[in-house]
Every structure is written in structure tokens, then in C-alpha cells.
Design a binder for this molecule. Structure first.
Ligand SMILES: NC(=O)c1ccc[n+]([C@@H]2O[C@H](COP(=O)([O-])OP(=O)(O)OC[C@H]3O[C@@H](n4cnc5c(N)ncnc54)[C@H](OP(=O)(O)O)[C@@H]3O)[C@@H](O)[C@H]2O)c1
Length: 308
């Protein structure tokens, strides 16, 4: 394809999703232009050393985004959200504005294919949670634009499960699901592999919206998988009523899961056909999740959203 020689512009390239996408695109032999806030940060330098071209900018700077989109074939669009707490100070209306700005500048710039990363909680009805409903608004705007777009809806990241604060250091694991309730999860590294396949075939994936996940597990299965990997018993329980009363954010996510909105509906077989290396939770835990799991087994402290 002629577009193959033009770069793909990756937002959030120093973060989890954008980092995974940049790395998979480079591995697939595509040119990557990474939109970074600080070109001197170690994550930016690592991207440059891996072969990416760096362009400096902020999401609020539409001029920088316009300059960054000159001559690109595709754009990977992801925004931080209010769901990440104080990490980036992102309000829901900022997330929506940035998601829409990126798409509109992509149209003006003649970009051929935009891949937008949403969330698997997004659906027909609002969730009542700002950082999901913001994504529904961006999705709706994208569908009205004259732009070939693919919307991916990632499941909760496997990386979330091994963050400190869920009790692993005390031989337990507390999470959203009831013991027999299934929930889908996704290894961040699979986002990149799937997005690289999507960019490689805009005719097949243009116009599509689909959930991304690598595995579906119940609380009881997590108990077995963690016990097996730790070599000592890890007991699973849903968050206690006290814990949910103390953390309204977790309480609302738990409620959403019970309403069927966070469990995920990804077609794992179809995703495995696109990405044969799709990681199950067991495989991820024995591979790139191992170090974070070992750290969580020995780390106490409260849960907060962050990045490794
Ligand atoms: N966690 C989950 O399970 C899950 C599942 C589905 C969807 N999501 C969604 O995923 C999104 C977050 O993606 P992620 O986990 O990849 O984020 P992340 O790892 O926290 O990375 C955020 C990226 O955005 C960049 N950034 C932050 N503020 C910026 C600004 N003002 N201008 C330009 N760049 C900026 C950061 O750059 P710096 O390196 O300079 O800070 C970093 O590259 C959220 O919308 C969340 O709702 C999360």
C-alpha cells in the first residue's frame, strides 16, 4: 500500500496503550511518529532509540497536533481520563475535547485511517460514569466524520490485577467479580499487536467497532491462577461492603459489572485469528506480568491508578 511508507502518528506513546502500539508498529516495519510531551523523558528517548520519530506537543495544543499530522497515513488516538484520578488532572470534558480535536484535525490533514481506543464499558446506554461516557461521546462524534475509523474497546488491563492494594501481599485478592462471575481482561501488549494488524488492513477494519480482550476469568479462576503462580494460597473475594463504602469509584465499577457493562463481550477466537499470540491470563502472568505480580505479593498499600 502507498500509505505504508508514511508514518503512523501515535498519541500517548510514552504510556501503556500508545507504547504498546508504537512498539508493535515498529516491529511490523511501520514508521512511527510519537506525539510526546517531553522528548527528553526516558520513555521518549527509548522510543527514539527504538526507531520512532518524536514530535513534541500537548493535547491542548491543536497547532502542535496539526503539525504532527502532516504527511501521516494513520493516527492512533487515546486520551488519559478522569478514571486515572489525579495522575493527569484530566476532566471528562477535556478528554472529549481532545478526542474530538484529534479526529477533526485528522480529517483536515487527509489522514486515511484513525484508530480510536475507547473502553469495553461503552455501549448503547450511558454508564453514568464520566470516564466511560466521555468515550461514548467521542465514538459518536467519530462516526459522523468523513474519516475511515476503527474503534477498539479494550477490556480492563491484566496489569490492573497486579497493582498493589488488592491484598496479594496478605494472601488474598479482592476484586469486582463475585466468585463465579466472569470478566474479560487484556494484556496491554496485545493492544499493539491488534492495532498493528488493524492499520495493516484498513479495508477490512475500517468502520469496525469491537471489544478487545485476551481472556475471560471468574474470581474463583483468579484464585487458582494466582495460587498456582505464587506457590502459596491466595484466596479470592469480592470487595467487602466496607471497602466499597469507603471507595465510591470502586463501588460504581462493581455496580456496572453487575449490570453487565464491564464484563466484556470480546470474541476471543476472532481476536486470536488476528493476533495468534493473544495472551491468556495464565500466560501473561508467567511472562511479562511476572515481575509486577512478584512485586505485588510483597507490597502493601492502598490502591490507586497509576502506570508501571
Ligand atoms: N486501565 C484499564 O484497564 C483501561 C481499560 C480500557 C481503557 N482504559 C483507558 O485508557 C486510557 C489511558 O490509557 P493508558 O493506560 O495508555 O494511559 P497511560 O499509560 O497513563 O499513558 C498516558 C499517556 O498520555 C500522555 N499524556 C498525558 N497527558 C497528556 C497531555 N496533556 N498531552 C499529551 N499527552 C499526554 C502521557 O504522556 P507523559 O509520559 O508525558 O505523561 C502518556 O503517554 C484512559 O482513557 C482509560 O480510561 C483503561
Amino acid at each position: 500500500m502507498p500509505g505504508d511508507t508514511q508514518p503512523i502518528l501515535v498519541f500517548g506513546a510514552t504510556g501503556q496503550q500508545g507504547g504498546s502500539v508504537a512498539s508493535a508498529l515498529l516491529q511490523a516495519g511501520r514508521r512511527v511518529r510519537a506525539f510526546v510531551r517531553d522528548p527528553h523523558a526516558s520513555r521518549s528517548i527509548a522510543l527514539r532509540d527504538a526507531g520512532a520519530e518524536l514530535v513534541q506537543g500537548q493535547l491542548a495544543d491543536t497547532g502542535a497536533m496539526r503539525a504532527a499530522m502532516r504527511g501521516v497515513a494513520g493516527v492512533f488516538s487515546v486520551q488519559p481520563s478522569s478514571g486515572q484520578g489525579a495522575l493527569y488532572g484530566m476532566r471528562d470534558e477535556d478528554e472529549v475535547r481532545h478526542g474530538i480535536d484529534i479526529a477533526e484535525i485528522a480529517v483536515e490533514s487527509g489522514v486515511r485511517h484513525l484508530v480510536y481506543s475507547s473502553s469495553n464499558a461503552v455501549g448503547e446506554e450511558p454508564t453514568g460514569m464520566g470516564h466511560f461516557d466521555s468515550k461514548a461521546r467521542i465514538e459518536a462524534h467519530l462516526r459522523r466524520l468523513p474519516l475511515t475509523t476503527t474503534i477498539i474497546r479494550p477490556a480492563t488491563f491484566m496489569e490492573m490485577l497486579v497493582m498493589p492494594g488488592f491484598g496479594l501481599d496478605q494472601g488474598r485478592f479482592d476484586f469486582f467479580m463475585k466468585p463465579d462471575q466472569p470478566m474479560q481482561f487484556l494484556a496491554v501488549e496485545d493492544i499493539g499487536r491488534i492495532v498493528a494488524a488493524v492499520f495493516a488492513d484498513p479495508r477490512r477494519f475500517g468502520g469496525a467497532t469491537f471489544d478487545l480482550a485476551g481472556d475471560m476469568v471468574t474470581g474463583r479462576q483468579l484464585q487458582s491462577l494466582f495460587t498456582e503462580a505464587a506457590g502459596r494460597p491466595i484466596r479470592y473475594a469480592r470487595f467487602s461492603d466496607d471497602a466499597l463504602a469507603a471507595n465510591p469509584f470502586l463501588a460504581r465499577l462493581t455496580e456496572l459489572l453487575d449490570r453487565g457493562r464491564l464484563a466484556g463481550d470480546a470474541d476471543l477466537q476472532a481476536l486470536r485469528a488476528i493476533n495468534p499470540g493473544l495472551l491468556s491470563f495464565r500466560t501473561w502472568l508467567a511472562g511479562s506480568g511476572q515481575a509486577a505480580f512478584a512485586a505485588a505479593l510483597g507490597t502493601s498499600g492502598g490502591w490507586r491508578y497509576g502506570r508501571g
